[in-house]
Design a protein around this ligand. Sequence first.
Ligand code: FES
Length: 56
Amino acid sequence: MIVCVCNNISDREIRQAVDLGLSSMSELHHELGVGTCCGKCTSCAREVLHAHLESK
Ligand code: FES
C-alpha cells in the first residue's frame, strides 16, 4: 500500500528502511521524503514506523 502518495513511498519501503536502521520520523523525512510535501501521510507513516519497530 502507498503511504506517501506525494513521494510514492509504500509501507513496505518504510519497513525496509527500518530494517536498515532508521528509527524516527525525522529520519524517514530525510531519507525517504515521507511527509515532506502535503504532510497527509505523517500519521499513517508514524503508525507503520512504530508498528515495525515494536515487532523487532
Ligand atoms: Fe506524503 Fe503528501 S502524501 S507528503
